[in-house]
Design a protein around this ligand. Structure first.
Ligand SMILES: Cc1cc2nc3c(=O)[nH]c(=O)nc-3n(C[C@H](O)[C@H](O)[C@H](O)COP(=O)(O)OP(=O)(O)OC[C@H]3O[C@@H](n4cnc5c(N)ncnc54)[C@H](O)[C@@H]3O)c2cc1C
Length: 387
């Protein structure tokens, strides 16, 4: 049997490889990864946080299944007695809205509650009572996740998937895919940078921020772009109890990370494929003043260091693009997660494995996220995209 070839061994590719061989131990699977150190991969540069608070039901359902997986990860991905510890902290997300944005937060809240998410709305007084360190004077509303939201060690999740996948027989190959051979609407092989070819039953695009370039090898335009995001590591001496992942109406986010905090914001101007150098100027001109306004204790904060990674941004509708190519049915996609892919990997990996093995989604129907919506011009817009 020819292998399923997965291009890109980040958290998506490795989650898929794990699920394929867990559900069908006899299935040959090869992961082709050009950089086994993952130095520029989104999966190692991620803020690795998980939330239930989305504006599309399908994303809420994915998050609900993902948190169940993350809580059980030590059993699920245990290997020879070594139980992965993702240091999962369920400290919640706090979405803040100014008076003008409160209606949108309420609307999303109704959908989230209907889907069974454990979220609550807090008015200004309730915000002030619960978070004494918060300046709520100009706020209209807050939405807080009471369980099922927080953060974890994303790199440890990637490593745990990859390690277990290898044990289940997956072959990881260090190489770059430079071409895709197609014969009569079927992918037959991938072509590597040394000129060698690997025959395959399926090819999966899990190339993260570089997915567009891989899709272009079959003349397909995939609207996924590498957009730089800086993560700032900040120290603050004040005690700020019950600190969740906070999202400000101005667009910045911040959460605790060990004894420090990490924070980020969208750049004022979007550009593709910028070098992965942190944007220090944005900290001075925007982030620090905005932080100090919302949390006065941050006037005394110190920027310790920063790093940058790429969001794999789907410009069409900011949602995942999953499943088969519209014409080449054995070329599949798991791309365009637009900054929420880490938390979706355990569930999307399983769903796509089911699709490859059984020809349909079984545990969770993700057909709404199909790539076919591009050609049909049928966006499934996710409005709660962070930073
Ligand atoms: C700063 C930042 C913060 C984030 N915060 C969160 C968050 O809080 N919560 C959340 O859920 N998500 C978050 N994300 C998004 C999340 O990290 C990504 O959605 C996820 O890691 C994508 O995984 P991936 O495997 O698709 O891509 P990647 O991890 O980028 O892996 C793709 C791999 O493909 C390889 N590759 C590409 N092209 C080829 C080729 N032609 N041949 C061989 N190999 C190739 C690359 O080397 C790379 O290793 C964040 C991302 C960033 C950058």
């Amino acid at each position: 049997m020819k292998p399923v070839v997965i291009v890109g061994g980040g958290v998506m590719g490795s989650a898929l490889a794990y699920w394929l061989t867990r559900l069908d131990p006899a299935r040959p699977v090869t992961v082709i990864e050009r950089d086994p150190s993952y130095s520029r991969a989104s999966s190692t540069l991620s803020a690795a946080s998980i939330r239930q608070q989305f504006s599309s039901a399908v994303n809420i359902r994915i998050a609900q299944a993902s948190i169940v997986f993350l809580r059980a990860v030590a059993d699920e991905l245990e290997l020879d007695g070594d139980r992965p510890d993702l240091a999962l902290r369920e400290s919640g997300y706090l979405y803040l809205a100014d008076p003008g944005g409160a209606a949108r937060l309420r609307e999303a809240h109704v959908l989230q509650r209907n889907c069974g998410a454990d979220v609550t709305l807090l008015d200004r007084t309730a915000l002030e009572r619960r978070f004494g360190w918060l300046n709520a004077a100009d706020l209209g509303l807050g939405s807080l996740g009471l369980s099922g939201e927080g953060w974890f060690d994303g790199h440890a999740l990637l490593m745990a998937f990859a390690r277990k996948a290898r044990r289940q027989g997956v072959r990881y190959l260090t190489a770059e895919v430079c071409g895709i051979g197609v014969d009569q609407e079927r992918v037959t092989e991938v072509i590597l940078n040394d000129g060698s070819k690997i025959g395959c039953s399926h090819v999966v695009n899990s190339a993260g921020p570089w997915a567009r370039q891989l899709a272009a090898m079959t003349d397909m335009h995939l609207p996924v772009f590498a957009r730089r995001r800086t993560v700032y590591v900040i120290s603050c001496k004040a005690r700020l109890p019950n600190f969740p992942l906070l999202i400000d109406p101005t667009g910045f986010w911040i959460r605790p990370e060990g004894s420090t905090f990490i924070a980020g914001c969208a750049p004022s101007v979007e550009a593709d494929d910028e070098p992965l150098e942190p944007d220090y100027a944005a900290f001075e001109t925007f982030l620090w003043p905005a932080l100090a306004h919302r949390i006065p204790a941050f006037e005394e904060a110190r920027l310790e260091r920063a790093w940058a990674g790429y969001f794999e941004m789907n410009d069409f509708d900011h949602n995942a693009l999953l499943g088969p190519h519209p014409k080449i049915f054995n070329f599949l996609f798991m791309n365009g997660f637009s900054g929420h892919g880490m938390q979706q990997a355990p569930v999307v990996g399983r769903a796509l494995a089911e699709f490859i093995l059984e020809g349909r989604y079984i545990t969770l129907d993700l057909s709404e996220l199909s790539v076919a919506r591009l050609a049909q011009n049928r966006p499934l817009r996710e409005s709660m995209v962070i930073g």
